[in-house]
Design a protein around this ligand. Structure first.
Ligand SMILES: [Zn+2]
Length: 96
């Protein structure tokens, strides 16, 4: 099976030269219950998720490492609508 056959989730495209640089920080438990509402394909080492909770949303970036010691960073939170716009920008290479 090729990678393409297995992929159901979107991949991020290469970041544009003038893309918005998001601030990625160490995660901290601030929002309480959070659910992942969108995510990129796990076939890539770096997986992005759109997470929502308590009317706010943020992006989570996980770098999958061999041995399971994943590296996780998150953005600060935005209103849900704003976060969805940023999520779309991330997927299309306009933010990263
Ligand atoms: Zn994939």
């Amino acid at each position: 099976m090729t990678v393409l056959d297995a992929c159901l989730s979107p991949h991020v495209v290469m970041a544009q030269r003038d893309h918005v640089r998001l601030e990625w920080r160490r995660p901290y438990p601030a929002l309480g219950r959070v659910r992942s509402v969108a995510w990129t394909c796990f076939c890539r080492a770096t997986v992005y998720e759109l997470c929502e909770g308590a009317g706010r949303a943020f992006l989570r970036r996980t770098v999958q490492r061999d041995g399971g010691d994943d590296e996780v960073h998150e953005t600060s939170t935005w209103p849900v609508g704003e976060a969805r716009v940023i999520w779309t920008a991330l997927l299309s290479g306009r933010a990263r």
